[in-house]
Design a protein around this ligand. Sequence first.
Ligand code: AHG
Ligand code: MN
Ligand code: MN
Length: 333
Amino acid sequence: MRSYHVTTLNEFIIKRQADFVYAKGELSRLLYSIGVAAKIVNKKVNKAGLVDILGEAGNVNIQGEDQKKLDVFADEQFIGALESCGEVCGIATEENNEIVTFDHDLSEGAKYIVCMDPLDGSSNIDVNVSVGTIFSIYRRVTPRGRNPELQDFLQKGSKQIAAGYVIYGSSTMMVYSTGKGVNGFTLDPSIGEFCLSHPDIKTPDFGTIYSINEGNYFDFPDGVKKFIKFCQVKDPTNSRPYTSRYIGSLVSDFHRNLLKGGIYLYPQTAKAPEGKLRLLYECNPIAFLAEQAGGKASNGKTRVLEIQPDSLHQRIPFYTGSKNLVEKVEELL
Ligand code: AHG
Ligand code: MN
Ligand code: MN
């Protein structure tokens, strides 16, 4: 391959299809459609600061519809894209209490289901901070040719076929894995393509960044309080004190730590006794990526990917990132 050739997301997806012996292109089409919807959401997110100027926010538009919140817009875009790609029979998202099933002819034989946080960190949009989309793909367990059921969605994270996120940041990226490493693609807005920019991402085994909302300190379990102190104690032979960084946008915090080495923590608190983050569409996909990049993800006791989900919007305490840090917090807990 000539060195000036860029690999686009779509070329890469098709190349990688050969890794799966019986692959017939269904997963490739599914990933492709997520990429397309991500570009549409990206355009909207980029314009978020303009809505006031353009007189749209909170207003009623020409069709008489209320201006939609970006979470709802993103939810509709991804559901629409996945429904029309024909490879998905149902989807669970943060914005829908129940599973959404696709029961038209196109999706009749579809074997995949998707769990998704269409817009993560959305409270940050008003202040121009990066937000994201998180997705997780499973093969259905009930027979094909009829509507998927709840049990198709309540699978352990270790059963994920693929997972990834899109980060709408200073540049927009899609990072995903099909279980054979993690690859990152940066959107080149001039050609409208995601281009391979971060092949085979590996997170450092030894991380030095910790990311946690320390405002909740007094509610944290003792082990987490000890871990924070451990990070702050001076020990130059061990690179301590470590660096604290917290955006409050899971995708952005995770993305930084993935590349630089660190840990993201969201323990249980008084306000969120089970933890805040949702197992199906926040923790499992992020945990899958962390492990694929050589890191770890835990609820403090067990590997996140081994947890048997019992409901769609279940929350868990979540600790993910570099091995040294996740192992340390587990030890202290
Ligand atoms: P969402 O916008 O999808 O509801 O998720 C927000 C999440 C996550 O992105 C972030 O890391 C966390 O909430 C921040 O919580 P705190 O504000 O409690 O720190
Ligand atoms: Mn979220
Ligand atoms: Mn969300």
